[in-house]
Design a protein around this ligand. Structure first.
Ligand code: FAD
Length: 550
């Protein structure tokens, strides 16, 4: 499925100014992207506007796990277990390149084997409730087996471990591939277009927009407006009806990234933090990321910062869980922090607040969705449409969005990415591409890897921009030509997550990446210099918490 065209953004802005759409969705995170795709597949005219870059809010700062819902079992939420398990299967079906299996390992400690027995019962129940296929069923390991597969686990009082699969995604790319699929189904998607005012409650809604790229105002019209602005949901509700009381309780979650040689784990190891919360160490290629925290947050919504106190909480959990690794702030090579837009529940601590999504329709007809998960985004989109479509007084054709591939998800009937890479069609389309490069590109872009190869303008364009850096010139061009990248950070933080996982590598290749973007997008020398300086400032801030304060 070809991505956006280089002219798509400008054309979509023209359409926004000229047409009255059925639905205008505010927010280009996973929630807004899902709603736009589901609506477009049903033949509803829909636009999605994003104030900054697609996925620049919470949807590029999650733990990047497509959860099967095991955690809901502990809370007795059986319906949620079934929903998460069904939705996990749906993501694997429509975007196999964005769901990589990882084995979770839960070590059990205690003076008796009671804990291990309890875990085995829970995992057996989960396998049944979630209708887990034979390939995904859990196993339990004895103490010796657990230490054999994860030799760095703290051995004292270790009784054994449970092992079961989950799936790791690239959250920002899940958003992008959902939006590209929405675009192909007819949706109007634009980034860097901020909603500044909402007018005319009740009738056709007038939506005032500001295009951050051309620095120009425009006016859109929509029959119904959907507020999918994540942590900004209350600000949009206040634009709609000044004085609306806030409904959100924001909590911050951070992740720390280490080199795999410094934190050598082979599974996604589930650790217990000092307050008993589970935190994960997730292996991802040459790095391992660790998260997350859950603390009430009241600071600025753009770019929440990691603090030393956040980091200390995770470092302490690592210290207790792994013997002899002694990891410290200086070992951290990347970080990110995100905000959970949870619905406020009086008297509840952050980790006790429900992660369920909640949809409300305001007196003006504004449909607001808050809460929820990446994993269940398609089901959330259907629920939003259930609330929004009656306001349109139309009954669009049903569409099985959970059966239709996202951009990059059409493997032409191949059962998995490896079989797809080996298929005759791929081999003939990618003649001359080294097998390891091909496997890497298919792992990121799925069937759209062919598009990236087409963006290679010469020999070496598919080679890493620097040794060990998983980004090539062809991918940067592809980001500008087919993925609506407008800034240097769009490429280094979201089209590729390099800046999150390896901040210094991203700083090192930033001038080269900016040079390619300048040629593709047509930046002036001043814009080029400003992009590099802006990115460098943000990248430095990402690791600033490690510096001792005077
Ligand atoms: P966002 O992604 O924040 O999108 C909202 C968008 O609205 C933003 O991009 C913003 O710029 C835009 N916007 C704001 N104001 C305006 C305006 N005026 N005009 C236009 N646009 C505007 N879920 C999982 O399933 N698995 C996980 O492993 C997982 N881990 C998590 C870990 C952490 C630390 C956190 C914080 C969340 C995690 N989640 C996870 C939950 C998941 O990430 C979120 O539920 C989801 O990303 C929220 O997406 P969203 O689209 O609602 O919000």
């Amino acid at each position: 499925m070809p991505g956006f065209e280089p002219t798509t953004r400008a054309r979509n802005l023209e359409r926004l100014a000229a047409e009255c759409v059925d639905l205008l969705v505010i927010g280009g995170g996973i929630t807004g992207a899902g709603v736009a795709r589901a609506a477009a597949l049903r033949g509803v005219t829909v636009a999605v506007v994003e104030a900054r870059d697609f996925a620049s809010g919470t949807s590029s700062r999650s733990s990047k796990l497509i959860h099967g819902g095991l955690r809901y079992l502990q809370q007795g939420e059986i319906a949620l277990v079934r929903e998460a398990a069904t939705e996990r299967r749906a993501v694997r079906r429509i975007a196999p390149h964005l769901a990589t299996k990882v084995l979770m390992l839960v070590p059990v400690y205690g003076r008796t084997s009671a804990g291990l027995y309890k875990l085995r019962l829970g995992l057996t129940l989960f396998d049944k409730l979630a209708a887990v296929g034979p390939e995904d069923r859990h196993r339990t390991l004895s103490r010796e087996e657990a230490l054999a597969v994860e030799p760095h686990l703290a051995p004292e009082h270790l009784q054994g471990a449970g092992v079961y699969p989950e799936y790791v995604t690239d959250d920002a790319r899940l958003v992008l591939d959902t939006l590209k699929a929405a675009h192909h189904a007819g949706a109007i998607a634009v980034n860097y277009t901020r909603v500044t005012a909402l007018g005319t409650p009740g009738g056709t809604r007038i939506v005032e927009l500001w295009d951050e790229q051309s620095r120009a105002a425009l006016t859109a019209r929509a029959r119904v407006v959907v507020n999918a602005a994540g942590p900004w949901v209350d600000l949009i509700r206040a634009l709609d009806r000044p004085g609306e009381p806030p409904v959100l309780h924001l909590t911050k979650g951070i992740h720390l990234v280490f080199r795999a040689e410094d934190l050598p784990v082979h599974h996604c190891v589930v650790m217990r933090a000092r307050d008993g919360r589970p935190v994960f160490a997730v292996p991802r290629g040459s790095q391992v990321y660790v998260g997350t925290t859950d603390t009430s947050y009241e600071g600025p919504l753009e770019e929440p910062a990691v603090t030393m106190a956040d980091a200390a909480y995770l470092l302490e959990a690592l210290d207790r869980s792994f013997a002899g690794l002694a990891l410290g702030a200086g070992d951290v090579v990347g970080t990110w922090a995100g905000l959970r837009p949870l619905i406020h529940e009086e008297g509840r601590r952050p980790s006790e607040i429900s992660r369920k999504d909640e949809i409300t329709v305001g007196a003006s007809g504004l449909v607001t969705i808050a809460g929820g998960k990446l994993t269940t985004y398609q089901r959330m989109a259907e629920r939003v449409l259930d609330a929004a479509l009656p306001l349109l007084r139309c009954a669009p054709a049903p569409a099985a969005a959970d059966q239709q591939p996202l951009a990059g998800g059409d493997l032409g009937g191949a059962p998995d990415l490896a079989a797809y890479a080996a298929s005759a069609a791929v081999r003939s389309g990618m003649k001359g591409v080294a097998p390891d490069v091909l496997a890497r590109l298919i792992g990121i872009y799925g069937s759209d890897a062919l598009e990236v190869v087409c963006s290679a303008d010469g020999p070496g364009a598919l080679a890493p921009l620097a040794p060990g850096v998983a980004l090539s010139a062809a991918e940067v061009r592809h980001a500008a030509r087919r993925e609506m990248a407008c800034t240097l950070a769009d490429v280094l933080e979201r089209r590729s997550p390099l800046a999150l996982f390896s901040t210094e590598d991203a700083r090192a290749v930033a001038p080269a990446v900016a040079g390619i973007l300048a040629r593709e997008i047509g930046w002036s020398a001043a814009r080029l210099a400003a992009e590099i300086a802006d990115f460098d400032r943000q990248a430095a801030a990402r690791l600033a918490w490690r510096e001792p304060t005077a």
